[in-house]
Design a binder for this molecule. Structure first.
Ligand code: PEP
Length: 262
């Protein structure tokens, strides 16, 4: 696969990114297995960046075990800096724990926890204020997909979810069709490229061309070792957000190797 990807060299921020979202899975033993796998992978961050998002109780131990080889993300944050929000965690706390990134607006939170675009916007603002890079998830439901409302849904989530402060900072966008998450189904590579092109065009118009072209846009939804190259080699796909396959150290390492081989 090496050599197939044409990276836009004028936008050096666009290098391959692999994010593993463990969701509410994992334990200390899994963290150890990942640390062992990370030690076997290429350790330069120049060509690819690997990020693990374990549940909050495992952030500290994951950071210590990875000892800088891979980066750390949280799966969510609150929009307030502090306050009477029992059970919640602020972006500042995550930054203190060594997180560099935070996933925001995952469809499971939008659907199961009722998170609106307004919440997502507040969380992105909080993340940026704490020095974290938000990974903003957007994507259409199956009904929206079947009604051919994918582009309008993506544009609406971006328009209402991106705070104005984002133009000065980095926000990673993850396109995750809701119907592809955990289902084993994926859009075709052509459909993914069309959606990423649409997202990038939106960002170029909403922000400016330089900012939109240098933004990293990831694909997520049933990414596995045997299909990851189909997505990573697309012109406007800068990496992948992996759920289920990120719980298997061997499968995740295969996906990481694909990203480093680009
Ligand atoms: C996800 O939850 O963000 C995801 C992409 O999950 P999966 O890879 O299991 O489809």
């Amino acid at each position: 696969m090496s050599g197939q990807k044409q990276w836009p060299t004028q936008y050096p921020a666009r290098r391959a990114m692999v994010v593993g979202n463990w969701k509410m899975h994992g334990d200390v033993a899994l963290t150890r297995a990942f640390a062992a796998e990370a030690a076997r992978q290429p350790n330069t961050r120049d060509s690819a960046e690997v990020i693990l998002a374990p549940p909050v109780p495992f952030l500290d131990i994951t950071r210590n075990m990875l000892s800088g080889m891979w980066s750390l993300a949280a799966q969510d944050c609150h929009w307030a800096q502090s306050g009477a929000y029992t059970g919640e965690i602020s972006a500042e706390m995550l930054a203190e724990f060594g997180c560099g990134y935070v996933i925001v607006g995952h469809s499971e939170r939008r659907i199961l926890m009722g998170e609106t675009d307004e919440y997502v916007q507040g969380k992105i603002e909080a993340a940026l204020a704490a020095g974290l890079t938000p990974i903003m998830c957007i994507g259409e439901t199956l009904a929206q997909h079947q009604a051919q409302e994918t582009f309008i849904t993506l544009a609406s989530q971006l328009y209402h979810g991106l705070p104005s402060s984002a133009v000065q900072r980095e926000v990673v966008i993850a396109y995750e069709p809701v119907w592809a998450i955990g289902s084993g189904l994926t859009p075709t590579p052509e459909e993914v490229q069309d959606c990423h092109d649409h997202i990038r065009t939106f960002l170029c118009t909403h922000w400016n061309a330089q900012k939109g072209e240098s933004a990293r846009v990831l694909y997520g939804g049933s990414v596995k070792p045997d299909n990851v190259a189909d997505f990573l080699t697309l012109a406007d796909v800068d990496g992948v957000l992996v759920g289920g396959a990120s719980l298997d150290p061997t499968a995740f390492a295969d996906i990481v190797r694909s990203a480093f081989a680009l």
